[in-house]
Design a protein around this ligand. Structure first.
Ligand code: C2E
Ligand code: MG
Ligand code: MG
Ligand code: MG
Length: 286
């Protein structure tokens, strides 16, 4: 890679950048093969009803089981998947996995009634995204009302009209839509009102220092009040402590997700959590 050092306008060859470029290219080649080599995994993180303490749903979170590098988190390969367009096939695969898995869990454990699946802006921008979702729902014979698609607030701010049209089509299919990482972007209330949204997920960065940080406490309370008054349900992300949980319960927040309850786990491990969930329910009602 060629770099201009600015001052005397000499161009020089930067070996470290070149190594990065090679690694980048190698990762791209490997990511292209990851799907067919069955190296991608969908993990599931429990979503908890704060009134009952029971698991009521899950968020699907993708990982890459790399042959030499181990389990790679999505933050390390989703951006590359988006740049290369690979997110279209990877995203559709994750959607298919999560929907068919959730359909099975919902039938085994009716209290499990929501699967949240992250969707990239690149997928939304593809003209026929709603058709893809429709196809996945039909193939797995899944009740659309258990499916929730998560789109980050920053994605919403980028592409307006096409997003509105696609969301309307998705709503007609009967799936629900959540705004992920809410509070980290700068979307206006008028903008939100134009979209057929169901849920707001309060970003972990606001939850992290609750309840002591007065600013974060104020922001969380304000987001909660605004969201409920606009008719959205609210999920708090990244709940790690009982103090955070208590603050959210006092606020009236219905649903939470975080390491306090469960880490993202494999499908097999999640089914075990659901079975424990049932035993807990039996005990509580006894
Ligand atoms: P996200 O959708 O906001 O997911 C929440 C992230 O916070 C997950 O990280 C989760 O493991 C982590 N988390 C959950 N509870 C806690 C907690 O109590 N404390 C802390 N410190 N972290 C917590 P993960 O799995 O690394 O995913 C990162 C991001 O990658 C996700 O953020 C999402 O934007 C993206 N992603 C994951 N799967 C997919 C996918 O299938 N498609 C697309 N497009 N993006 C995905
Ligand atoms: Mg999410
Ligand atoms: Mg989030
Ligand atoms: Mg995030």
């Amino acid at each position: 890679q060629v770099k201009n050092n600015g001052k005397n306008h000499h161009l020089f060859y930067d070996a470290s950048l070149s190594r990065d470029a090679v690694e980048h290219f190698q990762m791209e080649t490997e990511l292209r093969q990851a799907l067919s080599r069955q190296q991608l995994r969908v993990f599931y993180q429990a979503q908890i009803d704060l009134n009952t303490g029971l698991i009521v749903g899950a968020e699907a979170l993708i990982r890459w089981q790399h042959p030499t590098q181990g389990l790679i988190p999505p933050g390390k390969f989703i951006p590359l998947a988006e740049e290369t367009g690979l997110i279209l096939s990877i995203g559709e695969w994750a959607l298919t996995q999560a929907v068919s898995q959730a359909n099975e869990w919902h039938h085994l454990h009716p209290e499990f009634k929501k699967i949240a699946i992250n969707v990239s802006g690149v997928q939304i921008m593809k003209s026929q995204f709603a058709d893809t979702v429709y196809g996945v729902l039909v193939d797995s014979n899944c009740d659309p009302s258990i499916v929730e698609l998560e789109i980050t607030e920053s994605t919403l701010m980028q592409h307006t009209q096409h997003v509105v049209n696609t969301f309307n089509q998705l709503k007609q299919l009967g799936v629900s839509i959540a705004i992920d990482d809410f509070g980290t972007g700068y979307s206006s209330l008028s903008h939100l009102k134009r979209l057929p949204l169901d849920q707001i997920k309060i970003d972990r960065s606001f939850v992290k220092d609750l309840p002591d940080d007065k600013d974060d406490a104020a922001i969380t309370s304000a987001i909660y009040a605004m969201a409920t008054q606009l008719g959205f349900t609210v999920v708090a992300e990244g709940v790690e402590t009982e103090e955070q949980e208590k603050f959210l319960q006092r606020l009236g927040c219905q649903t939470a997700q975080g390491y306090l309850y469960a880490y993202p786990v494999s499908a097999d491990a999640f089914l075990q959590l659901l079975e424990l969930n049932n035993q807990r329910k039996i005990k509580r009602h006894a």
